[in-house]
Design a binder for this molecule. Structure first.
Ligand code: TXA
Ligand code: MG
Length: 325
């Protein structure tokens, strides 16, 4: 897909792609984003597939402002103070999700928290207004490549897999947004950016604790991956059957019927995109049955299957007693 100037007609067309589950790259003041409808599991799975990411990191949800943020998350006084000062702008806030939020579980990696950002770029603002849905958007580059700050960078990396690339000129900030975790006290700075720790202290009177990895702005630091949803039940991988009472996560048409317990088939037709889209919902649903153990049939280890298997290996790893979930 060629790069398209951000005319009102092009923005309207991009919004229509998003509403139909497509992928649109758009400019923000930090870096270009690879956007999908944040409420659409399949569209979010397509984001991970397009990036070629071997893991499911929770994504940032882009919203037009405070009113929409309140529909998705618990915005306390401190969050509201920060929003009033720094939005729209390069500050992402991690806050508790509201129960019943329409956001895809894959987009939040199954967590009970959500990262919200309101970009200042006028094209991003216009796209959010036209799409009328929160937009999940990581940086619009293939995994392992540097973040794009022009439409041409996006085209070079992802041109063949996007429905549209909106050109809004070079990104002014050129570095991903600051991420601040407000779900703990004191707040934690998860990623440094244009809004600094001192800016945050000046706004709320508390200096955020810095947990920024030495490597700088790599958001895929292993420590952050630990924050993924962990099922209560034990997880048994590469299972060819389920034991009595064990729940089963199946994949593909050849499902072994379990002797007892619940079954969720991630994709009866063996489609990895569909499987990724339903993974976190499946873990939650089977956990909710009260089962002690979840057996998982083998998932092909290519494409999105690598990210699915990475997630399943984490879910199956031995956990320290009393580990936070
Ligand atoms: O500047 C930016 O923020 C760009 C532009 C496109 O807006 N977006 C961006 O999004 O960098 P993304 O999805 O790549 O950022 C994801 C990072 C994760 O790696 C994780 O560090 C953090 O955001 N994150 C998201 N949700 C989180 C959560 N619930 N708890 C902790 N960290 C979270
Ligand atoms: Mg990135």
């Amino acid at each position: 897909m060629p790069v398209v100037p951000s005319t009102p007609a092009a923005i309207a067309e991009a919004a229509e792609y998003l509403r139909r589950g497509g992928l649109v790259a758009f400019p923000t003041e930090t870096v270009y984003g690879l956007g999908a409808d944040a409420t659409n599991d399949l569209a979010v799975a397509a984001v991970f597939s397009a990036k070629g990411r071997p893991t499911f990191n929770p994504l940032i949800m882009h919203v037009p402002g405070l009113a929409v943020a309140r529909r998705l998350a618990l915005i306390d006084d401190r969050a509201e103070a920060l929003i009033r000062i720094f939005w729209p702008g390069p500050l992402t806030l991690v806050v508790p999700s509201l129960p019943g939020s329409p956001i895809s579980l894959l987009a939040t990696a199954g967590l009970d928290t959500i990262a919200l950002r309101c970009p200042a770029h006028p094209v991003a603002q216009a796209l959010m207004m036209a799409a009328r849905t929160p937009i999940a958007a990581p940086s619009a580059n293939r995994s392992g490549h540097v973040s794009p700050t022009t439409a041409a960078h996006v085209e070079a990396d992802l041109g063949t897999v996007l429905d549209m690339i909106l050109d809004g000129g070079p990104s002014e900030v050129g570095l991903e947004s600051t991420i601040l975790d407000l779900t703990i006290d004191p707040p934690r700075l998860l990623r440094p950016g244009a809004v600094t720790a001192d800016d945050i202290r000046d706004a709320i009177g508390v200096m955020p604790q810095s947990v920024v990895p030495p490597a700088g702005d790599r958001p895929t630091a292993p420590g952050q991956l630990e924050s993924h949803y962990a099922p209560r039940a034990a997880v048994r991988l590469d299972a060819d059957h389920a034991d009595p009472g064990e729940a089963l996560i199946a994949f593909g048409p050849h499902t072994t019927a379990p002797s007892a317990g619940a079954v969720v088939n991630l994709s009866p037709r063996g489609d990895l995109l569909e499987a990724a889209a339903s993974l976190f919902a499946a873990l939650r649903a089977l956990d909710a049955t009260g089962t002690e153990s979840i057996a998982v049939m083998p998932i092909p280890d290519h494409g999105l299957g690598r990210a699915i298997n990475d997630r399943l290996r984490r879910a199956a790893a031995p956990r320290p007693a009393g580990a936070a979930r």
